[in-house]
Design a protein around this ligand. Structure first.
Ligand code: SAM
Ligand code: SF4
Length: 342
């Protein structure tokens, strides 16, 4: 047998040791951001040197390698993906996989600050749906949460996305004493414009300036409270992710709950994450990772890259072990959400 034929067939779909097909890749295209959300970053963040960050060409190679191995859905995230210089070049090059049918979906999670500029172009390149993070509709609270953000600009971005024909899902992190009494308004806002709303529990990722146990608001409590005023009908809708959805009878809109701390959603996990430096994380709640930048930069062929991906997927763990340590309020996982992009 030649050395070449002994190498894993590059087209073989990725399946982990627990039989889960890996069909969803989330890629952080930058660690930088134009906001400083209190639960995500410290105000004074040190960002990575540019040479450590994958170039747009390297990001395209990496994503394309996953697409040849069965990735059907690609989500670009960050940091703030839309502040990366020339990011539309990456959308454009990746859109060839949508055209060929190899990829079902190219999407993005964004804070919305640059949407007014890019929404129409993304739509033209084949993006159908996007997630926009928005925790409050109160401009003063918005400033307090994001430190640097401007609510009016984000709302203008959302309007531009809807006008361009993009489906928009609003993601809101539930924060005790901050937006806990605003969920009704968020439901009316999102559903009033035909957008889904998903509520997310805070996750213990990375050192921040404050105390996480003070921010943590269990969604079981939010849900019980909502049921005093809304009729929440269980529905079967699944996006392949951890969100569980209900339909709000009064609005007809969908409301999702992501409860990583109180629920176990690992058994159906189909996803892995890559950071902007090419570190592959097989599980959001575990430290284990694999360096894909070295094999990317070592050779122009993708053989080393595929071997590294195979080796890493071979150790994707069964599940996570998130816990907010109430005595020390230390993060369970030391990297920030802006590294793996959520
Ligand atoms: N900048 C983009 C944005 O804000 O949508 C993309 C990256 S951001 C890290 C992705 C999502 O993670 C956002 O919805 C944000 O609210 C959420 N997030 C950040 N830190 C979090 C934490 N500690 N717990 C839960 N969600 C978090
Ligand atoms: Fe930036 Fe998104 Fe983190 Fe907010 S949540 S600081 S917008 S990366």
């Amino acid at each position: 047998m030649t050395a070449q034929s002994a190498a894993p067939a590059p087209a073989a779909p990725l399946v982990d040791p627990f039989g889960r097909a890996i069909s969803y890749l989330r890629v952080s295209v930058t660690d930088r951001c134009d906001f400083r959300c209190v639960y995500c970053m410290a105000e004074d963040m040190t960002f990575l040197p540019k040479r450590d960050v994958l170039s747009l060409e390297e990001l395209d190679r990496l994503c394309s390698a996953f697409v040849t191995r069965g990735t059907r859905k690609l989500r670009l995230t960050g940091g703030e993906p839309l502040v990366r210089k020339d990011i539309m070049t990456l959308f454009r090059s990746l859109s060839r996989h949508l055209e060929s049918g190899a990829l079902d979906e190219l999407t993005v999670t964004t804070n919305g600050s640059q949407l007014a500029r890019y929404a129409a172009e993304m739509k033209a390149l084949g993006v159908r749906r996007i997630n926009v993070s928005l925790d409050t509709l109160d401009p003063v609270k918005f400033k307090a949460i994001t430190r640097w953000g401007d609510l009016a600009r984000v709302q203008a971005g959302i309007d531009a996305a809807l006008a361009a024909g993009l489906e928009v899902k609003i993601n809101a992190v539930a924060l005790k004493g901050v937006n806990e009494h605003e969920v009704d308004d968020l439901i009316r806002y999102a559903h009033g414009s035909g957008m889904d709303l998903t509520l997310i529990e805070t996750m213990p990722l990375g050192e921040i300036d404050g105390d996480r146990t003070e921010q943590y608001l269990p969604l079981s409590r939010v849900r019980a409270d909502l049921m005093d005023r809304w009729t929440l009908d269980e529905i079967d809708y699944r996006t392949g992710g951890p969100a569980r959805y209900v339909r709000v009878r009064e609005t007809g809109g969908r409301l999702g709950f992501i409860t990583p701390l109180t629920h176990n959603f690992c058994e159906s996990c189909n996803r892995v994450r890559v950071t902007c430096t090419g570190m592959l994380y097989m599980c959001l709640g575990q430290e284990d990772s694999a360096d894909l930048r070295a094999p990317l930069r070592q050779s122009e062929s993708d053989a080393l890259l595929h071997a590294a991906i195979d080796e890493a997927i071979g150790r994707k763990p069964k599940g996570h072990d998130f816990v907010i340590d109430r005595r020390h309020s230390r993060p369970a996982v030391s990297r920030h959400m802006s590294v793996t992009g959520g």
